[in-house]
Design a protein around this ligand. Structure first.
Ligand code: SAH
Length: 493
């Protein structure tokens, strides 16, 4: 990718800008320049009626004749708006030689600055650029934004500009000022302005809010936020708000880059990823970080994959916060079982196949040994096994011992909801071998139960489920597995 353009808004008031060309396009450019308070100098053999009028009323100056370099004299910027490619080229290269930025209308290549598509509301301007490569897309977006922003935004921008010094004086500290603005903009003011509060009433309203606001250092707080499984579309509005108000974001490794991108740009991001071993030490570090940053008055977002209360140790973190009297909130997220099932086309419950759902973790030997396998072996239920990739052998062994049929369908959903999602399906009999064959990696969620077989017909996201490989003659399974395995493998093939 070539480097992107550097966006800027130029102050052209009382600055001379040369426009080469005297036709309709030049006229539009001159109009925009006049709007920005610039002093346009138009160079061309002749002028449109409007340009002529502006010349007569002294709003622009006219250099009559063919372009020559001398015209560039006092210009800060140049716009070449002729229909003659050779002239436009000459203007661009002369401007370049003098280090004057030049825009050649409809020629991104020759231009050293581009003029964006804009949406304007009072002093507020939203500029859109596609880098010159897709101006139609920029225009399309502009039209969409036009419908999103109503006129009251301009009034709001004017109100804030008018009261800028007042607000600064009340909140000299940047952090406190930012919080004040967040509260103000999240409050009723925008709505009141839409309902046509006049500017005097708006000033009064702002004054009242300013007087009522506390100006002391706010206490820090923690929002425990569930980031969902990876697809940024699955982040809740509350999570988005918290991420946009955060000073510090402590996130797990599991949180996708796409989701992190939604957070406030200047929030400090700290990855506190846990490894499978020695994670208790890590947990203490996380607690220490929460303490440190909240003591400094920061708003901390503790961002976790999925839901914070489903195998996320969110409970322990809240206990810690409570013990240290740190205020907190919890924003639930879409947990992996729910997301992976949806994105694999597996209804977790189904009147014909499953009446209950169990969320289980199988991340280490201990947790596997303490599970009630008889309860897990019950019919008509779905098991969603988290962190199970390493324990698949054990899961099969225990379930078979507890009497589960080797033909029970499973689906392993790797990177659920993300573009690289893969679903591997088969039956319990060959679960570890199938996973191994497809090299299923973490994060992956194991769904066991009759419903898992529905992925074959109901899948809709990404590729179809990958099936078990045909069994080699010298199957390495324990003998007691071999008998039921063969017909089932045939069924899966
Ligand atoms: N709190 C999280 C779970 C944390 S445990 C939640 O509610 O989802 C981590 C395990 O979650 C992983 O080992 C994996 O089993 C599962 N997981 C999380 N995100 C996943 C994803 N996008 N695809 C598949 N499994 C995922």
């Amino acid at each position: 990718m070539t480097a992107p353009l550097f966006p800027l808004f130029a102050d052209l008031r009382d600055r001379s800008v040369l426009v080469v060309g005297g036709g309709a396009v030049a006229e539009r450019k001159v109009e925009a320049l006049l709007h920005a308070g610039a002093l346009p100098v138009v160079g061309s053999p002749d002028l449109t009626d409007a340009l002529q009028t502006w010349r007569e009323t002294g709003r622009i100056r006219w250099r009559a004749g063919e372009f020559h370099e001398g015209w560039l004299g006092e210009a800060w910027l140049v716009i070449a708006a002729t229909d003659n490619v050779a002239v436009n080229r000459a203007v661009a290269s002369a401007a370049n030689a003098r280090r004057i930025l030049a825009n050649v209308v409809d020629d991104a290549e020759l231009s050293s600055f581009h003029v964006p598509a804009i949406v304007q509301r009072g002093p507020l301007q939203v500029a859109i650029s596609s880098g010159g490569g897709a101006p139609m897309l920029a225009r399309h977006l502009r039209r969409q934004l036009e419908t999103l922003f109503d006129d009251s935004l301009g009034t709001l921008a004017e109100l804030l500009a008018r009261n800028r010094d007042r607000i600064r004086a009340r909140f000299p500290d940047l952090g406190l000022r930012r919080r004040f603005f967040e509260t103000l903009l999240a409050g009723p003011l925008p709505r009141l302005l839409r309902q046509r509060l006049d500017s005097e009433q708006a000033d009064e309203y702002l004054q009242t809010v300013l007087e009522a606001a506390t100006t002391t250092q706010a206490t820090g707080s923690v929002v425990l936020v569930g980031a969902g499984p990876g697809d940024p579309g699955l982040v809740t509005l509350n999570a988005l708000r918290a991420m946009n108000e955060a000073d510090v974001i402590l996130h797990d490794r599991l949180v996708s880059a796409e989701v992190l991108r939604l957070a406030r740009r200047d929030a400090t991001r700290i990855e506190v990823g846990k490894s499978a071993n020695g994670h208790s030490a890590r947990q203490e570090e996380i607690h220490a970080l929460m303490l440190e940053h909240t003591r400094a008055g920061k708003r901390v977002v503790r961002l976790k994959g999925g839901d914070p209360f489903v195998f996320g140790r969110g409970g322990e973190e809240l206990e810690f916060l409570r013990a240290h009297a740190i205020p907190y909130e919890v924003v639930p997220g879409i947990t992996a079982a729910v997301a992976c099932a949806a994105y694999a086309g597996i209804p977790l419950t189904h009147r014909d196949h499953a009446q209950s759902l169990r969320l289980v973790t199988a991340h280490c030997k201990d947790s596997l040994d303490t599970l009630d396998w008889n309860a897990l072996a019950q019919k008509k239920q779905t098991l969603a096994v988290y962190m199970g990739v390493a324990g698949l052998e054990k899961v099969r062994e225990r379930l078979l011992l507890a009497g589960v049929a080797p033909g029970l369908p499973f689906a392993l959903v790797e990177n659920g909801s993300r573009p690289q999602q893969r679903v591997v399906a088969g039956t319990l009999a060959t679960l570890p071998e199938t996973a191994h064959h497809h090299q299923v990696q973490s994060p992956a969620l194991l769904i066991l139960g009759e419903v898992a077989a529905l992925a074959d017909t109901l899948h809709w996201f990404g590729a179809a489920p990958l099936a078990a490989p045909p069994l080699p003659a010298s199957s390495q399974h324990p003998d007691h597995l071999r008998t039921p395995t063969l017909p089932l493998a045939a069924q899966a093939a």
